[in-house]
Design a protein around this ligand. Structure first.
Ligand code: PLP
Length: 359
């Protein structure tokens, strides 16, 4: 039986995607083989790869001046890929510290370049997003990096920073495709796939063409954006099955009405869940209201001793993976695109009942 899976990542995939992958597993397109068992250089797979890119371009309205790359190593590989490609020796980069993932990106970047902290929300324990006016941006920086949605903290920027002429780089791993996005505001976007795109291991990079060619000479080939762009992300064997699943997810999103429709649904889902938390007098969410994440909703119970019972009873009711990140504790409901509104209703009903019995 399928459950409502609130995992932060790898996260739930849309049921129609899993069903199609299952149906095609042994005999993909009449070839008597699975898509995993064919050459990435053959016509059938090239068609899958190109269609996935075309569908992603259509969904996000990605201008022709941007390259779309399908790379390996998840988002973490791009923590290194971004400085190695965009920050020639002798330059520095601005980073906005909004919590766990921003800090992970900064720690990796520091191995290669000088990192300047343009803003930090540490003083609020990362329960806010910094205001535009609080960003101390260096006009000479090679780029400005930020994390629009902090997956663990559950804090999301309510605006896209204005960086003047400096390229803006965003780790959109946990919020890409959750609503429409103006790609032209960004120099580079990257996202690990396992939250809103497909299976883990894959990362999508969307990079403005004029930023290619700034790479340091020692950048590893599989992180070299220009080499990857020139080879259609096939410098070596790409993660073909993940790419195929990503393509099915993009098709599913189009069938659901695209990002405007998904965005409206995601807004309703988040509002419903936050309203249930705020109105309960039992559960609490610490994030400033204007920067609460639509995708990751952390919440605490009034007494930590109740956590175990909450998780066990929720799982028994078919609501799984609600434990908060080990660094934070409490609960976290990740409600990416694949989580239907019925899952939110089921969770809210369970939470109300649990609060009544334990309040
Ligand atoms: C999950 C996540 C990552 C890490 O992704 P990997 O694919 O495991 O490298 C990085 N940044 C954000 C915002 C994430 O949510």
């Amino acid at each position: 039986m399928r459950v409502f899976n609130f995992s932060a990542g790898p996260a739930a995939l849309p049921l129609p995607v899993l069903e199609q992958a299952r149906d095609e597993l042994l005999d993909w397109r009449g070839g008597g083989m699975s898509v995993m068992e064919v050459s990435h250089r053959g016509k059938p797979f090239i068609a899958v790869a190109e269609q996935a890119e075309a569908d992603l371009r259509e969904l996000l309205a990605i201008p022709a001046a941007y390259k779309v790359l399908f790379l390996q190593g998840g988002a973490t590989a791009q923590f290194a890929g971004v400085p190695l490609n965009l920050c020639p020796a002798g330059t520095q980069a601005d980073y906005i510290d909004s919590g766990h993932w921003a800090q992970r990106a900064m720690a990796e970047a520091r191995r290669f370049v000088t990192v300047q902290v343009a803003a930090s929300t540490a003083a609020t324990r990362h329960t806010t997003a910094p205001a535009q006016a609080a960003l101390q941006l260096d006009p000479g920086a090679a780029y400005v990096h930020y994390t629009p949605n902090e997956t663990i903290g559950g804090v999301e920027f309510p605006y896209v920073p204005d960086t003047g002429g400096v390229p803006l780089v965003a780790d959109l791993s946990s919020t890409i495709l959750s609503r429409p996005l103006d790609v032209t505001r960004f120099g580079l976007i990257y996202a690990g796939a396992q939250k809103n795109i497909g299976p883990s291991g894959l990362a999508v990079v969307i990079v403005r063409e004029d930023l290619l060619g700034r790479a340091r000479p020692d950048v590893p080939a599989i992180l070299d954006y220009r080499a990857m762009a020139e080879s259609g992300s096939m410098l070596n064997t790409p993660p073909t099955f993940s790419w195929y699943i990503a393509g099915l997810v993009f098709r599913w999103l189009q069938n659901e009405g695209g990002l405007a429709a998904i965005g409206e649904r995601n807004r309703r889902k988040a509002e419903r869940l936050y309203a249930a938390i705020d109105g309960s007098g039992f559960y609490a969410n610490p994030i400033a209201r204007d920067c609460r994440s639509w995708m990751n909703v952390p919440f605490t119970l009034p007494r930590p001793e109740l956590d175990k019972a909450f998780l066990a009873e929720a799982a028994a009711a078919g609501l799984t993976n609600l434990a908060g990140h080990r660094a934070v504790g409490g609960m976290r409901a990740s409600i990416y695109n694949a989580m239907p509104e019925a899952g939110i209703e089921a969770l809210v009903d369970f939470m109300r009942d649990f609060a009544r019995r334990n309040g």
